[in-house]
Unconditional design. Sequence first.
Length: 291
Amino acid sequence: MSKLRGALFVGFGAASYGILATIVKYANNQDAHTSVLTFYQSLVGVIVLFVLMQFAKAKKTPVKASVKSKSKLVLFGISMGLTSCFYYISIQTVSVSIGIILLMQSIWMSVVWEMIQTRKVAHWLKIVGSFCVLGGTVLATNLIREDVHVSTEGIVYGLLAALSYTISMHASNHVETQLSSVVRSFWLIVGSLLTVIVYWNLQIWEHLDWMIFLKFGIILGLFGTVIPPILFNIGIPQTGLGLAGILAAIEIPVSICSAQLILHETVTGMQWLGVGIIIATVVVINARKIN
């Protein structure tokens, strides 16, 4: 029963990430600038997580972090801020469906990151899986069709987002893990907020609009920076990393389906085949970790 509950937590956390791009693109269509959307997302995260930390202190939960730990987390938080910036810029020129596929290139990038970090060749299944992801990407982004033009700018920013996302995942799983999830998330998001401010600078001030904050900022902050890490922290210990890795792939179909329903984006059968290959690869790679 606890494993089922953990699976629900992880699944909902992944689904929360999946709806972000659709919300941002819908907001863009309502004349909300990307700079303030990324700013509000991080700002809400910092505020909510700060409040949660105060509750933790009231319950005498150990939440203290050294200056070194805080600095390290803020530094890695840069990657989280850049992920939001690059990803949301990418979907300005490509569909959300293609954007999420580009972001999921973090699957094979994580394998490369692991090999560099450990200085060892990855398990053959991960290497084969990486090529499967690349093959699925070609189908999912419709690159094999000569009559389809995909923005080069969108692809570049999408891949940059995937690289930043890879670093973010490393930070979430390996950096200062002795601290509570709320404390770690707070300082990571502080780094993200500072990065967003530096990246967009004056554009944020020029496009500040409290109606946009109320309509989109709060929901982006909750579903982008607060709910997923908390649910993952609760659910992953109950499911194990293998099952959690499989469930995290829910982000892909949720993102594509939400874009179809809300933005009326069209996804062909060939693209769904590519998506299926990517998801199947995630399942196979992570299945070997399931106890």
